[in-house]
Design a protein around this ligand. Structure first.
Ligand code: GDD
Ligand code: MN
Length: 374
């Protein structure tokens, strides 16, 4: 029989787990751990760093800390990327009843955590969010463009979630573990907005409160949020609209497929108009160009987290074109079959396109991006 008493005596089970996602934060992890340890005195805590195999050796630095303090743990993910999914997996790795998420880069004000925990318990709340927008909070050194982007995204998010949070994009919050358990199957897990994902996925509106904090300057390392964040954000919103049954990567894949049609027509027109190419030649070149742009767009957007690089691109491109060529044959075959069965040309064409798209998506997910689709 497992006898828990000695372990319990040495280290009580945590009341709060602080989940810290990291990507290239080697120079920040010791400092955030030190600060948390200082401000969480008197509370049973654990810290779970979730590192996506950062090339700067963040994981090794966390391991050094974890060897000295059993309350600190490392969850190392290999071959994966993504802030949201890192937070979700970190939260699922804990038994603590209260789960906090905070960035590793010291931009969030960790000294707010004890107050947030107090509020969560006292107010019988589900969630307490660190906010940059309520009185007393601030945006720190973000430039105008990023501030405007953040405000716009927040407004959109408020519409979507029907929660009147001032800062639904916050990466700093504390939530009851049951809340996560209630919605974990419905989370999209894509992109950066874990809080928003939770808010949009819970079966009932959450009771929450906001605690202001000032967004600090980053001391070491750099931000990983670039323009692709907007795309991921749009995908997450879309996922919420279409529901969890249709994978978000398929939506992205189809949107890009649609852009391929535009590319195809433009190339065909150009070749015919300016170079006098025959229709057959034009059509062939246009199809190849469109497949190529589709491949690169999918590689940097749909499969951003498992992007192919360097030499992998050659095999990736080749398998993509091959799959799409077969998909086109299936598309035409199905459409012709239905058309001859008197289904009308629009319906036949749409059915052909759908079958082709599903085929292309499924096959390239397995062969081009090696089974990484979800
Ligand atoms: N595991 C993992 N995987 N961690 C990641 C990844 C990833 O792919 N990308 C970023 N992180 C970690 C960073 O190491 C950092 O600890 C934290 O997530 C936030 O990333 P930053 O790149 O520093 O984001 P930011 O400062 O521009 O924006 C942050 O603050 C905003 C305001 O609260 C994020 O938390 C945003 O989500 C938030 O809106
Ligand atoms: Mn940051």
């Amino acid at each position: 029989m497992f006898d828990p008493s000695p372990a319990l005596g040495a280290c009580p089970p945590p009341e709060i787990a602080v989940i810290i996602p990291t990507f290239n934060e080697a120079d920040n992890v010791a400092e955030i751990a030190r600060r948390l340890q200082a401000c969480l005195q008197g509370i049973a805590w654990e810290i779970i760093f979730v590192d996506d195999d950062s090339p700067d050796g963040t994981a090794a630095r966390v391991q050094e800390l974890a060897r000295r303090d059993p309350r600190i743990r490392l969850l190392r993910r290999v071959g994966r990327r993504g802030l949201s999914s890192a937070c979700i997996e970190g939260m699922l790795a804990s038994t603590a009843p209260y789960l906090a998420v905070i960035d590793a880069d010291l931009q969030h004000d960790e000294t707010r955590l004890p107050l947030m925990l107090e509020r969560l318990k006292a107010g019988e709340l589900d969630l307490v969010v660190g906010s940059r927008y309520v009185a007393g909070g601030s945006l720190g050194d973000w430039n105008e463009r990023r501030q405007a982007m953040s405000r716009f995204a927040s407004r959109l998010a408020r519409r979507l979630t029907h929660a009147d949070l001032t800062d639904p994009m916050s990466g700093f919050f504390l939530v009851r573990a049951e809340i996560l358990a209630d919605c974990v199957y419905d989370l999209s897990g894509v992109g950066y907005k874990i809080l928003l994902d939770i808010l949009a996925s819970v079966p009932r509106p959450l009771k929450f409160e906001e605690v202001p904090y000032g967004f600090r300057q980053r001391q070491a390392g750099e931000s990983k949020l670039d323009n692709a964040v907007l795309w991921e954000y749009a995908l997450m919103l879309l996922q919420k609209l279409v529901g969890p049954r249709i994978p978000v990567r398929f939506i992205a894949f189809s949107l890009i497929g649609g852009s391929g049609v535009v590319v195809h027509l433009a190339v065909l027109w150009f070749l015919n108009r300016f170079l006098g190419a025959s229709f057959l030649l034009g059509q062939t070149v246009a199809a190849l160009v469109a497949m190529t742009t589709n491949f690169f767009l999918n590689n940097s957007l749909t499969y951003r987290d498992v992007r192919l690089r360097g030499r992998q691109l050659i095999w990736g491109w080749f398998s993509f074109v091959l799959a799409c060529a077969v998909g086109a044959i299936a598309n035409v075959g199905i459409a012709t079959y239905l058309f001859e069965g008197d289904s009308g040309w629009i319906l036949s064409a749409l059915a052909g396109i759908l079958v082709g798209a599903v085929w292309n998506y499924a096959v390239t997910a397995v062969y081009t991006w090696r089974g990484k689709a979800g």
